[in-house]
Design a protein around this ligand. Sequence first.
Ligand code: ASP
Length: 585
Amino acid sequence: MTISTRQTSMRTHMCGEIGTSDIGQTVTVCGWVAKRREHGDKLAFVDLRDYSGIVQCVIDNAVDVRSEYVVKITGVVRPRPEGTVNVNLSTGEVEIGECLVEVLRSAEPPPFPVDARADDVDENVRLQYRYIDIRRERMQKNLRTRAKVNSAVRTAMESQGFVEVETPMLVPSTPEGAREFLVPSRKEPGSFYALPQSPQLFKQLLMVAGIDRYYQIARCLRDEDLRADRQYEFMQLDAEMSFVNQDDVLAAISAAVIAAAESVTGVKPDPIQQITWREAMERFGVDKPDLRFGMELTELTAIFSSTEFKAFAGAESIKGIRVEGKAEEFGRNKLDALTDRAKKMGAKGLVWLKVTTDGTLESPVVKFLSANEQSQLISTLQAQAGDLLLIVADKWSMTCEVLGTLRNELGRPPVHQGPYRYVWVTEFPLFVGVDKETGQPKPGHHPFCQPHPDDLDKFSSDPMSVRSLAYDLVLNGWELGSGSIRIHEPEMQRRVFTALGISEDEANRKFGFFLKPFTYGAPPHGGFAFGLDRLVAILAGEENIREVIAFPKTQSGQDPMTNAPTRAENKQLDELGIRVLPPKV
Ligand code: ASP
């Protein structure tokens, strides 16, 4: 027997779908009482709600139904009396009359009205009563948007020959950079599993195993401080492919992202453009550029090659941004605040200049700049009267960081505001920064990324300039995900481990289970993973991924509904061989 998507043995229609074509029909609807209004002595109006919407039912006012009661109503669909049509409601032209009401379940008054705006209710209260919060139209829509995205992603991956394989949740510790959640072993007290930061190692082993194209909508867990775009547990589309180069991976993942976006917005995004990491840093100052607005960073170093201005003389890099038409808006206090912001990030300072109506520059530092420098500055930045110019002279990375941050802070629209601008950022550095404890370089992504073939000779001479075949996908300034072509030759893996200061012994101890299989015939392979929560949030028009997750944790990592995390019983701890020390004072 096939069952209808909507009709059940208890109902014939969904509330939100009743319309003029049903007039005269007897229908049965089930749902929650959204509102009750008395209508004269004998009758009451009840707005009945299910996920599809609301329908007005006219009932005998002696029937005891109140807000959020669960009821079943059978009645006849009829046009609303003239003058009472509600154009804001999909069912606003009709109502259900001659109603027979069956109360399926009474309800306590809800802690907040289900039609309240999210902003009007404390988020902790929303999360404590999440099952009521999800009754709200917006949450219903968001969770359904999420399901659409999952489904479109699955279809896109499967139509490209990817096979869904599930990987374990109890895994050994893996080196992906984030802090891990540990799970104590009862059988081996003192030993721990880790919860997977991602299925990284397993998906690569699936390539050794000949699966060829793997995907999974995978739960990943990272014990990192939470914020608007981060939760302890989050979902990724995780994928890996054999016998591919970078373009193959980008094409496969682009297809899934484009299908997901189209399933929600109805509009197929343009092919996703690519820029290199270097270009992203040069133009936008950050590795997750928001391409929806201009205000790009402009290179100014050459203009000041023989400057007398001390703050600029000899600087490794001088860059500027033009904040269009904002000169007047930025008085002394605001300018001081910008300068403080730049200093907090580690810059030596921030130079600001305003372009006056006659096209000259106004700033406490103008007197130190030659006429030629001033005119070149104006022409290079294409500055117009009324613009505010911000300049940083420092190390290259510092000029990028400061101006990239200020550009975002001064110009960035809310993340979901269109147009959607996807971009692949490629050629990330293989190493970033130096580990404070060991003094060794740290992996830019994880230690299994293939170095760029053109940079192999720089490995020992200039490791920090070695590029990798690692790439990120960015949407409106949010990093959706990362991936890379992997190392599949033990010799190359050894070189990278050596550069990272990981000895052969340590490598074997930590990742032996992963490295050994590579000696049994590993195909060239590469992959990617992107965060579904982030993609869904942007497509659903939400600033915070908690709005698209059914049961998220609060910013402090708690679940006000279940009270997790809770204290374990002593008996459980004894079995695990764990002793909890009193908190440090
Ligand atoms: N495992 C990586 C991550 O979660 C993605 C990848 O390299 O495929 O960021």
